[in-house]
Design a protein around this ligand. Sequence first.
Ligand SMILES: *Cc1c(COP(=O)(O)O)cnc(C)c1O
Length: 368
Amino acid sequence: MSGHPLPVTDVTVTGRPDRAWVDEAVRRLQADANRSADTHLIAVPLPAGWEVDLYLKDESTHPTGSLKHRLARSLFLYALCNGAIGPDTTVIEASSGSTAVSEAYFARMLGLPFIAVMARSTTPEKIALIEREGGRCHLVEHSGEVYDVARRLAEEKGGVYLDQFTHAERATDWRGNNNIAESIYAQMALERHPVPEWVVVGAGTGGTSATIGRYVRLKGHRSRLCVVDPEGSAFLPGYADREAPTLHGSRIEGIGRTRVEPSFIPGVVDRMIGVPDAASIAAMHHLKEQTGLDAGASTGTNLYAALRLACEMRAEGVKGSVVTLLCDPGRRYAETYGDPAWVGTQGWDLAPYQEVLTRAWRDGIWTG
Ligand SMILES: *Cc1c(COP(=O)(O)O)cnc(C)c1O
């Protein structure tokens, strides 16, 4: 016998999640999508002579009430198909709220325990929604701690940390498969300006902007992607290649982060617009007063910039459409952004922005 070990040629690793269980889990997730007739693209009426059309993709109508329904399903499918989730896996996420609501829903669908690691400042409404879906909330003092705490909890419990901020851009099938971009372009097909001049979105993970920006390039559409960013966020200074000032963190739930998240892909973004927090709140209220549509604050951020772009198009004599997102419903924020007394305690003065919005909406002139 020579001293050489025999070559290993045939290996089966045991302990991987049972294939039959994974197949059933994937079927359940895909059935959830299959039951959906997609979210509406709402035409927002602007004055008739404008030749600029505005649309809101209403992501509040998903079963878990926000665009994070898409992301949560994609993250679960990604982890399941990677063999990372089995029938006894505890699923853990770092979240500012909405993602955890959607993930708790899918965890329950698969019979898995779910823990959301969130800042203590998360609204009671969101915590209640997560708990209603059977999830547990692990609260930490500072939002910057959520990543490490989630990773540590996953190690301790032998669970999986879904890590939306890293995986959003890769878990989503950006080429098609009825992702948000493919859905928007299909729903625009019969409009008078079917290819949007601008698509306007915020960035939390950055996943939505990555999906839309890549899709637009893949299909050769001339649409440009504008990402909006609230005060205190690192995305815009990072994009501008500028040193960020001291960041206190975003006060617009769902968007803006104190670090540039790995899922934010700056190469697909054509322009970024910073929106003052008070402007976002004013725009959220403006939308409700003018159209009856009840949306959260990040939708206000979107609308404020979308109206600015619409006014720019008018000033330049460009005809076309602007598409943005209605990200989640305003009722989630009835006791915060929706409550004038609470808004007052934040030191936000909405009046100047209300004036800008009124002028833009009525005359198509941007004075911001
Ligand atoms: C997450 C979120 C966004 C931003 O979406 P990303 O794809 O994570 O960048 C916007 N609005 C709300 C309410 C959100 O929860």
